[in-house]
Design a protein around this ligand. Structure first.
Ligand code: SF4
Length: 290
């Protein structure tokens, strides 16, 4: 398992492989499976993302009643600030988050709370550029490679490292995946991931009433938009002045120093606002009435 972006990139270069291939080979060695089995497993994740989008219903509401139907509101041109592509990304992120809140099947990549970020870039990019499933599965390997380094050097759990660990990690993974989809280099993937993570360092995990709904779902929109911006910068030749591994280490250090109130306890941040507390009390009284 890769524990360093630097090593991941140098392994691929040394063996004359594309980054995604080096990550696939690592997966094969880790799980003692052949290339076909590794590829098939990644393919099931991509199929599940597509199925989750197809299964979306604007009429569904989460058990709390806090969320539902918002992804559908992003259909059409709207006020025109973002343009159709970004609106598609925003809408897809919302739909995936709503599917999770409504207990539908999603792909936790890397976690259920951050399940909207990767599909929010992959699905609209497939539509816009008519990408093959093959290149998208390759991009998923790229995302997985960066995700495993983040998990090993920092964290992908909100309870451990705050929301930077969930939506932040997903954003970094998605940024690298976009660079792959656009034919960028492995170095550009690392810069895109580093910039995306840098932008989200220190983000609180403060789910209202302890539910993965508010602010989680709309944060997925931020994670996807951030990924797109950072991929755009990396593909334009911009670099992260801090190497990706060092950004990840900083993320780990920040995560450990975050107060517990903003590490998924539902005691700080938005969860501790008067409205957040009211919602939590309402949820508790609903549970008592059952
Ligand atoms: S706020 Fe916490 S629970 Fe919600 S997505 Fe972020 S890390 Fe996950």
């Amino acid at each position: 398992m890769f524990t360093s972006v630097d090593f991941m990139l140098s392994t691929a270069a040394k063996n004359g492989k594309a980054l995604w291939e080096a990550i696939q080979e690592d997966d094969m060695a880790d799980r003692s499976v052949k290339a076909q089995a590794s590829w098939a497993k990644m393919g099931t994740l991509w199929a599940a993302m597509q199925a989750a989008e197809a299964d979306y219903s604007a009429d569904r509401r989460s058990p709390s009643g806090l969320v539902g139907g918002e992804g559908a509101k992003m259909a059409g041109d709207g006020p025109g600030l973002c343009g159709p592509f970004l609106r598609d990304i925003i809408g897809t992120a919302l739909k995936m988050g709503e599917c999770n809140a409504c207990m539908r099947r999603i792909v936790a990549a890397p976690t259920a709370g951050a399940c909207g970020v990767l599909p929010a870039v992959l699905l609209p990019m497939k539509r816009r550029y008519e990408l093959s499933d093959e290149v998208i599965i390759q991009a998923l390997y790229v995302a997985a490679g960066f995700g495993q380094v983040i998990a090993s050097r920092a964290s992908i759990a909100g309870a451990e490292g705050g929301c930077q660990a969930e939506v932040g990690s997903a954003s970094g993974m998605a940024a690298a995946a976009i660079v792959h989809l656009m034919g960028g280099t492995a170095e550009q993937m690392a810069h895109a991931c580093a910039m995306a993570l840098s932008n989200i360092l220190g983000l609180a995990c403060d789910p209202v009433a302890g539910l993965v709904e508010v602010p989680c779902i709309k944060r997925n929109v931020m994670g996807a938009s951030n990924a797109l911006s950072c991929a755009e910068m990396a593909l334009s030749g911009l670099v992260s002045q801090i190497p990706c591994d060092e950004v990840i280490d900083a993320m780990g250090a920040i995560g450990s120093s975050l107060p517990s109130a903003i590490r998924e306890t539902g005691e700080g941040g938005l969860a501790a606002t008067p409205t957040g507390r009211r919602v939590a009390e309402l949820m508790r009284s609903k549970e008592r009435a059952i």
